[in-house]
Design a binder for this molecule. Sequence first.
Ligand code: SF4
Ligand code: SF4
Length: 141
Amino acid sequence: MIKQKIVLRFPPHIVEQPTIYHLIKDFDLMVNILRADINPKKEGRLMMELSGSEANYQRAVEWLNEQGLQILNLEQQIIWRSDLCTHCGACTVICPTEALMFERPEMKVHFAEEKCIVCELCLRACPARAMETLVENANFQ
Ligand code: SF4
Ligand code: SF4
C-alpha cells in the first residue's frame, strides 16, 4: 500500500481528458484532490493524494508520463512548529481530519501528519503562526 501526495501539471491538450477517471477505474487508485487550479491558458494543475497498491501506483505513474503529464512528488507539506505552538487549541476546532488534536491527559496539541489533507485551514487559524507550508519540488510555474 502506498499513499503519495503529488502535483499533476496538465498541458492544454490534456486538460479536458478524464484522467482522474482512468486513475480510479484502470489503476484502482483512491484519488483525494487537495487543490485544483486551471489558468486562463487552460493549463491545469492538480494537487492530490493517491493511494493504492504500489504496483498499481507505479503503473499509473508510467501511464501519466505517457500521456504527457508532469508529475511531481510532494514531500512534507504542512509543518507544525512545536516550538511556537502555545497549545491554544484553535487549530483542533477547524482541522477537518483531526490531524491536529489534543492529547490527553496532558491536553497538549499533537500533529498527526499522516492524517493531514493540506487544506491549510490551520495556517489561517493559528495565532502563533506555528503551522507552516513546505512544498518541496512543487515550484514548476
Ligand atoms: S492543513 Fe488542514 S488537515 Fe492539515 S493539519 Fe491543517 S487543518 Fe488539519
Ligand atoms: S492554533 Fe497554533 S498555537 Fe494554537 S494549538 Fe494550534 S498550532 Fe498550536
